[in-house]
Design a protein around this ligand. Sequence first.
Ligand code: SF4
Ligand code: SF4
Length: 381
Amino acid sequence: MAVKPSITAREVLSAWGRILAGRLPLLSIEITRECPLSCPGCYAFGESHLGGEVTLRELADKRGDALVNGVLALVHRHKPVQVSLVGGEPLVRHRELSRILPALSEMGVFTMVVTSAVIPIPGEWMSLRRMRVAVSVDGLPEHHDVRRKPATYDRILKNIAGREVNIHWTITQPMLSRSSYLEEYVSFWNARPEVNRIWVSLYTPQVGEHSAEMLTTDDRRFVANALPRLTARYPKLLCNRGVAEALITPPRNPQDCLFAKMSANYSADLKSRVEPCVFGGSPDCSQCGCAASSGLHWIRGVRAIGPLKVGHFVQSSIAIGRAVSRLRSGEAVSSRWHTAAQAGAPAPPVDFESTLVHIEQAQMRAEQPKRRRSARLAPND
Ligand code: SF4
Ligand code: SF4
């Protein structure tokens, strides 16, 4: 099966251009409040996901023309480089998606549909440029089939047959009960012909949460040590040592989180914002395990020119973008781009594929000088 092209250098430059113009390069939209599953630990249906006044299930979501036009209007307004379409279960609205996705592809927007694959993925989507489907698979059958009933492995394999998908795995504490678990999971999905990439997050709790899913500090170290070694053996897995390190030392708070700063997140009425990041509520940044956030947190510290790191350029770009956005009234800019005082609000407590592809490219750039250095040293020096 041909591998879909990843985001291009032109699109990366375009993302930077968006920041300089005072816009947010990442947009995520919960396109429906409906989901046939009821997973324990689902943050989308949590009481505090939308700030506590209203829950996702209570929102007036849209369907038909209203959903198609509403999503496209948000994209026109924000002009993002990437859109993540999530839920609820977005495939509940597969008819609308079959109109939305070609339109976004035509607009040159990179789109990711994040699904539990409980509903078959339409085959015609596979020919769309800049479109990917990410399937959430929460561990081996012994855990996934309990957490995501009736999204069993059998059902997922049937619904992704003949398609091309990414696999997204959120690791929870019970999955660390035996040392071989991580490799069993990665080797299974790495061998599947339908799978393009595998990316991994750790369970991210809310502030004050005490649940069986949460990882301890030692658990996080164990995973951060194991994943880069597995990446070397299973090429579909995306987790280099820098990203793994970021899983141990995540951003201190949303102001420190590049991912939160670069994304706008909408819920199912297409008006309510999910803050401060895709998790909503009061996520515990000190235990954040989000793959995209970790990747961007790591990339921020990568040296770009001399002593200057990528983070210096991003901060400068955000400052320029903030100035530009002040000149342009009525545009939506992330609240994380302002200090709390500037935003007139208390300090607040985005498929991911393009982010991770940027990370892969940055990793290769970061490792090239090392490889060249070792080549110069060997064998006669
Ligand atoms: S499939 Fe996703 S949205 Fe639906 S209940 Fe499970 S975690 Fe929540
Ligand atoms: S919980 Fe949200 S805001 Fe905090 S570090 Fe993770 S992605 Fe960023």
